[in-house]
Ligand binder design. Sequence first.
Ligand SMILES: [Zn+2]
Length: 284
Amino acid sequence: MKKLFWYLLLIFVVLVMLTLILVVDKKLDNKKEVPQDQTKEKLSLLNNIDKKIDYFHYNYLDRYLDYQKKYPNLSDIDIVTRVNLGLDQPFYQNTKPSNELNKITILVNKYTYLPEDYVPNNLTKVSNLFSTSTRELVYEAKEAFEKMAAQAQEDGYTIRVISAYRSYHYQKGLYDNYVSRDGIDIADTYSARPGYSEHQTGLVVDIDNGKLDFNHFEETEEFHWMENNAYLYGFILRYPKGKEDITGYDYEAWHYRYVGKEIASFIQQNNLTFDEYYVRYIEK
Ligand SMILES: [Zn+2]
């Protein structure tokens, strides 16, 4: 009799667990609802790419198709990637708060912003061997940057931080000045609005070589050193040439983002922007 009780209890527990698993699974699967018959035809227009990638959102299907009509030469993967980023909407529209606060995989761009009061944890001063004045980075990025700058120095090059962490209010001052000088449309091509600056993450450096102005960094030997070595220390060129339509920024040879060695190598090898990487491998 006692045995029977334990058997029944065991069956009950197993049933409860199975129900829980099913409920959780259903929740996770919400964005991947099984398509209705009428959407099958639409999916075939995208060559059923939904079966091949795990970041396809069925609720964006019409947006994908609209974007495909607008840019018929883009691959299906690029269409999905760009719409997931929000690029089918104008910059600074349909924005959302960043949900990776204090992670090195945090995304900040013209659709994803940081709270006004966000200050990353573990901000640490960069050694003044490699900085023009007091500059701060998140500890992990600071360590990586100093290693990189020290190696560059050993190889005979100079890499100095000229800007690193910037607070929301500091960025607001910068942006407002640019807008009053150049107007909003031009200012938006090279300066981030407050809350939308990657510098607020504490994972970003603007650099120069101590001789030429930073906006001539591309012409320096140090730039070529960075092209070949930055990823080894976990840094990527964040706003590359030819990707302006994805990043929303003019090419910036001097702006590097810390993402860790593994992601930096992958991005380097696959010629991606961090925005594309984020959509395909982090957000999903
Ligand atoms: Zn910058």
